[in-house]
Design a binder for this molecule. Sequence first.
Ligand SMILES: NC(=O)c1ccc[n+]([C@@H]2O[C@H](COP(=O)([O-])OP(=O)(O)OC[C@H]3O[C@@H](n4cnc5c(N)ncnc54)[C@H](O)[C@@H]3O)[C@@H](O)[C@H]2O)c1
Length: 312
Amino acid sequence: MPDLSLFDLTGKKALVTGGAVGIGRGCALALAGAGADVAIVDLDAKTGPKTAEEIKALGRDSLFVPCDVTSKDQVQAMVARVVGQFGRLDIAVNNAGIGILGADEELEQADWDKVIAVNQTGVFLCCQAEAQQFLRQKPIEGKIINTASMSATICNCNASYNSSKAAVVQMTRMLAAEWGTYNINVNCVSPSYLLTPMHASTPVVVRERIRELTPLGYVERPEDLFGAVMFLASAASNYVTGLDLVVDGGHTLNAWLTPLGRAVPPRVNPEEEIVQLKHDLDALGFDYDADGINPDVHPEVAGAFKAAFGTE
Ligand SMILES: NC(=O)c1ccc[n+]([C@@H]2O[C@H](COP(=O)([O-])OP(=O)(O)OC[C@H]3O[C@@H](n4cnc5c(N)ncnc54)[C@H](O)[C@@H]3O)[C@@H](O)[C@H]2O)c1
């Protein structure tokens, strides 16, 4: 008989970067729900502490650690601070990431550098500091989960974002091969278009298009990653390493020329898609309309979609 306590994280100590809102907060809720104490690591010192309080309200220990993942010194100090409170580290989700929209032929080098610094260098610096901590502990072992993206394997944004995510996937594979000998599992998750503040300025027509092109028929939510995170953080994945776990509702499988028809309604309706997005916009202090949209959160995203889809 399989032992279902395989997924239990009671007593485990975790950290999540970019954990204040969005996917990071979703990962933190999943870990805390499975029993772990979870540190929230983020640049945003206003929203991050609120998320740490949410974790405490679930009956787990938590703390907020302000940190810019592009700084090696800050990352090293961040891991030390988490271990100072928790006593050890078992699970790390390296999720902080940014995208800067724009045509590649006009890209400023400063924008390229920013994206690579957070998405690629930042993930590496975190993996390195976390592995160093795992090596100081007895027994030596640990679980690292990096947030990549379907953008690692399809072409949907621009060269800086997509290549930084491809780098996360290959970095994950390389570190998994190196650190497997220390019983450290390194895996990544790749979401599709997911309703976080990063997508708060995506118009309704675009969400409808995503539904049409996604076999499972709804726009992804932070909670759609819960199962993947609990699996990769727990003993259930002890023999899994170097995996890019794509969680995309089948979006990247879809190569049909005709729009997908539905046989049955999707499991999630448009109101349910935006529950966590509204939570995050409240926490960040943004207003939103009935569809959870505010073009001012990311005006460049709103502008790009307006140009592409001819929407207001
Ligand atoms: N939303 C999507 O559609 C989507 C899809 C696939 C992958 N992703 C990836 O998931 C991750 C999280 O995305 P999200 O949509 O939740 O983003 P978000 O912008 O809603 O939240 C990102 C969080 O990371 C923090 N952050 C940014 N730079 C940081 C830094 N240098 N140091 C520490 N914290 C920093 C921000 O303050 C914010 O709290 C990113 O790596 C992103 O590329 C997002």
